[in-house]
Design a protein around this ligand. Sequence first.
Ligand code: SF4
Length: 359
Amino acid sequence: MPSIKHYTIPIFVPQLGCPHQCVFCDQRKISGALRVPDATEVEAIIQKHLATIPHENSHIEIGFFGGSFTGIDPALQKQYLSIASRFLPPSSPPTCRPVDLPTNRPASRFSLPIAEGIRVSTRPDCIDEERLHLLKEYGVTTIELGAQSMDDEVLKRSGRGHTTTDTERASALILLMGFKLGLQMMIGLPSDTMERSLFTACRIVELGASSTRIYPTLVIKNTPLAQLYREGKYDPLSLEEAVRWSAAICRIFEETGVTILRMGLHPSEGLITGRDLLAGPYHPSFRELVETVLWEEDFREAMSGEYDGPITIHVSPGQYNVAIGYRAANKKMLSGKYDRVKFIKNDSLQGREFYADHH
Ligand code: SF4
């Protein structure tokens, strides 16, 4: 059976609806989206993405990211959602109220693949029953909360303006009202430690999240965190620390079936060139680095025997590149012990399953 590929059409609404300035945040620089789109632009963005997504074996969602969606003026939320909901199958949502729309139904809708859900990201303290009813009405399926940390001191020192109790309350309400819950976390925030980050990951599991994102904290220019960094009051994680912490966190999510949608920030132009970045563990292939370490740990554990002749390592096709490692790091490490190391793709394996043939 062909595998289903997941696509999320991203619509960035940089810092729209945010009641607080979190110390690390400048969404315009982080997302690369310089301004908030109007409803007409939202429709164009969706159409443009849909035109590039295959009709077959695709699972498509439309995602509003980069702000506090449920903190936006409800009239604008309705405008955005009514545009997005027109790309959902006709039966979903059945109760969508008509609103004044800036454009007519997209003429080409039926020649394009159809989105199957809408996801929005927001803050824990911008969730209540009334706001969730609005999202339900327009076919929103998943709500991602920026939990960031489940330690109140970390939240306070990061200027989040909410507490862990807000995250607990909002998560429970989201699940109670039948949405899927995503909880995003950050590592290396002011006063964070590896233990606090691991605790956050465990709480994310316990709160019932089905998905997560792991973002290492970066010092973006002209943010309050940049000021703290310049004053010597904040030390970012090194890249190596961020990779090791993330690998340990990954194990918690993998063992409990929480899908990790992303590790590391999307590589915007300002981050890639360093124009917007003052300090911190940025790497355009951050996820690959973390997965390389997970494989490295698994290989080291399996390497304890006496045998040092040639080996062929069977891995699942989807893991082939990261098993070999970023810049072939794992292949080089294994070559230090074994005479000859070869990797092959094996369709019968899944995830990080592997076995080695000794010759
Ligand atoms: S709530 Fe999210 S988008 Fe808004 S300032 Fe904080 S981190 Fe940035």
